[in-house]
Structure formats: C-alpha cells, structure tokens
Design a protein around this ligand. Structure first.
Ligand SMILES: Nc1ncnc2c1ncn2[C@@H]1O[C@H](COP(=O)(O)OP(=O)(O)OP(=O)(O)O)[C@@H](O)[C@H]1O
Length: 275
C-alpha cells in the first residue's frame, strides 16, 4: 500500500516582478514529501529556497505548477483558506527570525496554548500540552509568562519550534531555523528536531548549510539557480553526489568528509558550473 504524500509539488514556477522586471525565480520544481518524512532543501544564497517555502505556504504566487498539501490542492486558496489550513493543523512554519513566527504581544504560554484552543482543545489540557512541549524543547516552565522580546535568540527559536509542533501538524516548513543561532543552540535545536521528527510530523528543512541538514534529513533536495538539480536519500547525496553543484557543496562541508576538502577539486567543479 502506498501512502499519499503530505506535500506534493509538481512543476512549480515562481516569478517576481512585472513586465520587463519580471524574473523567473523557480523553474519546474517538483518535490514530494511522505507523512513523517524529513526532506532537506539546500542551496546557495539566492537559489530560491525561501521563495519555495513562501510558495508552499501561500505567501508567494505560483505562475505554474500544482501544490497539494494533505490532499488539498491549494493553488487557488485565498487568505482565509490558508488560515483554515493552518488552524486545522495541516501545515505550520518556522522562519529564521523567530520574531516572524511569534506574536510579540503573546507570552510564551499564550503562544503555545492559542493554537490548541483554536482547535477546540480544552484549556486545562492545552496548558498541560504546552508545558510538556516546553520540556521537549528543553526550556523551563519559568518562561511561560515571558514575552518573546524577553527571551534569548535560542530560547525564542525553541518556542517557535514548539509552537509549530504543539498541534502535531502533518507538515512543518522550517526556513533556515538554525542559521541565526550560535553553535551550541544550533546543535540543540537540531537534536530537538530529530526527536520531533520521530513523532510523525513531516518536516521540510530549508538551509544553505548541508552540514546542518545532513544529520536530520531522510532525503535531500538540491536547489541550484531556481531548479532542483538532484534529489536523493541523504546518504546517496552525500556519498555519491551526481550534480557538479552538489559535489561542490559536499566537498566544501568539512564535517561530511573524512579527508580535508581538496581545493583543486573544488576549483574544477566551480569551473564546470560556470562553463
Ligand atoms: N519580493 C521579491 N521581489 C523580487 N525579487 C525577489 C523577492 N524576494 C526574493 N527575490 C529574489 O529571488 C531570488 C531568490 O530569493 P530567495 O530569498 O528565495 O533565495 P534564498 O535561496 O532563500 O536565499 P538566502 O539563502 O539568501 O535566503 C533572489 O535573487 C532574490 O533577490
């Protein structure tokens, strides 16, 4: 028996600008994510990663292609339908800047409880679940009464992760969730994501850093100049990268190689890419 994908993107094109300023940012991007699967989307700056996240969340308009989330074709969804999709716990998101994912006027407790109340969970149960999630992201209950502005960057991002996952949505899009954090916080959030992944939510983890994605993702999709040039299991993409750009990424990530990166090889790959 095959299970239906929780996210199914086919032939996605996104353009920005109008008339002579119109530029194609994404071209013919197709990606399918199974329930409970973690897919890493990696690419250099400007390759279109955030645009992909925005299109999947209905924040950037597709000029071609189809996006199906949890069995719903969201192509023509308006703002209200998107809100309903999030409220029904189908899709959630975490951005690089946690202040974009959190309401600055809600305390940590309110931020965690609100999505549960909206879904009809009784208040006492919602409060209990919020506390349990604080524990899962390794934060103390003392923070429940604080506002996002009264937390450190790492604490804020953990709250953003907890808020996105507290309703146990089918799909969470994480756009550079660890890029703004120091290395200790980065490692902790990656550990937390690994644990939460095992709870059954599908994650799309977007990052420019192959090293961050490698330990969390089941599959990796490589975006280069707006096109997906390679998709495969994390192991295959890292051990036998096919596209020259992927080989360059792998050779530039020292923690993924047993031997030090070879400069001559990297220069040859760059030359190949720009030929
Ligand atoms: N609102 C916009 N209007 C016009 N062009 C845009 C807009 N947003 C992004 N772009 C352009 O689209 C391209 C892709 O941007 P995007 O933010 O998706 O890249 P990215 O891979 O996420 O990069 P980064 O890693 O730096 O965040 C870039 O050339 C960017 O300048």
């Amino acid at each position: 028996m095959t299970t239906a994908p929780v996210l199914d993107v086919t032939g996605l094109d996104v353009h920005y600008g109008v008339r002579r300023r119109r530029r194609r940012i994404l071209h013919d991007v197709s990606l399918s994510v199974a329930p409970g699967e973690t897919v890493g989307v990696i690419g250099e700056t400007g390759s279109g990663k955030s645009t992909f996240a925005r299109a999947v969340l209905g924040l950037a308009a597709a000029s071609a292609g189809r996006i199906v989330i949890g069995g719903e074709d969201v192509g023509r969804y308006g703002r209200r339908q998107w809100r309903s999709l999030r409220r029904r716990g189908v899709v959630q998101y975490v951005f690089q800047d946690p202040l974009r994912s959190l309401d600055p006027d809600l305390t940590v407790g309110e931020s965690l409880v609100e999505p549960l109340l909206v879904r009809g969970v009784p208040r006492a149960e919602a409060a209990g679940r919020a506390r349990a999630f604080l524990d899962r992201v390794r934060l103390s209950e003392d923070l429940l009464g604080r506002l996002p502005g009264e937390l450190s960057g790492g604490q804020r991002q953990r709250i953003a992760v907890a808020r996105a996952l507290v309703t146990e949505p089918k799909l969470v899009i994480l756009d550079e969730p660890v890029s703004a954090l120091d290395s200790a916080n980065r490692v902790q959030i990656l550990e937390i994501l690994k644990e939460l992944r095992d709870a059954g939510t599908a994650l799309v983890f977007i990052s420019h850093d192959l090293g961050s994605v490698a330990g969390v993702a089941d599959r990796i999709a490589v975006l280069y100049r707006g096109e997906l040039v390679e998709t495969g299991t994390a192991r295959d993409v890292i051990t036998t990268p096919e596209h020259a750009y992927t080989r360059l990424l792998v050779s530039s990530a020292p923690t993924l190689r047993s031997a030090p990166a070879d400069r001559v090889e990297r220069e040859a790959l760059r030359a190949l890419l720009h030929a």
